[in-house]
Design a protein around this ligand. Structure first.
Ligand SMILES: O=C1C[C@@](O)(C(=O)O)C[C@@H](O)[C@@H]1O
Length: 154
């Protein structure tokens, strides 16, 4: 199985906290963490990060045929990118959304996660572990029905 892990704007600059490890890790260490976790699940992983909405859409559109599933942290685009939502709906590859921090209870403009409507699952507020939970969930989903039907996850 092969997954495409897509990170949106500003995540390349974020400092992350890994459970069980003191201090913070940088973006490249996060990718290593995801790759190692996926290897344990026998999943190959490709990474993509962009700060640009159109580039994220191009990457989602090109996922069919080269990835079995998408794990997406859309960053701030989560709250208004209908275009990313629609790319997920038409790309034919099941996607699961990850958010390091749970946005509920933050500013009111974060109350609707538009992108999640194109995803089959959502892991928010679990920090870096959320990426691996999303991958494990996708593995199970693909083994169960292999489908890419999108539905509301909130
Ligand atoms: O860029 C980010 C980071 C984020 O996507 C997260 O993973 O916690 C959550 C978003 O609200 C925020 O805009």
């Amino acid at each position: 199985m092969k997954f495409l892990v897509i990170n949106g704007p500003n995540l390349n600059l974020t400092q992350f906290t890994e459970p069980g490890m003191e201090g913070q890790i940088d973006f490249n260490t996060l990718l290593d963490y995801i790759e190692a976790g996926c290897a344990q699940m026998d999943v190959q992983v490709d990474f993509f990060q962009s700060n640009h909405e159109g580039d994220l859409i191009d990457e989602i559109q090109s996922a069919a045929g080269r990835a079995d599933g998408i794990v997406l942290n859309p960053g701030g685009y989560a709250y208004y990118s209908v275009a990313i939502l629609e790319a997920l709906q038409v790309c034919g590859v099941p996607a699961v959304e990850v958010m390091l921090a749970d946005p509920s209870g933050k500013e009111p403009f974060r109350s609707v996660d538009v992108v999640s409507f194109g995803c089959q699952g959502r892991f928010a507020g679990e920090g870096v572990s959320g990426y691996l939970h999303a991958c494990a969930y996708l593995v199970q989903l693909l083994r169960l029905d292999g489908g890419a039907q999108t539905h509301l996850v909130q």
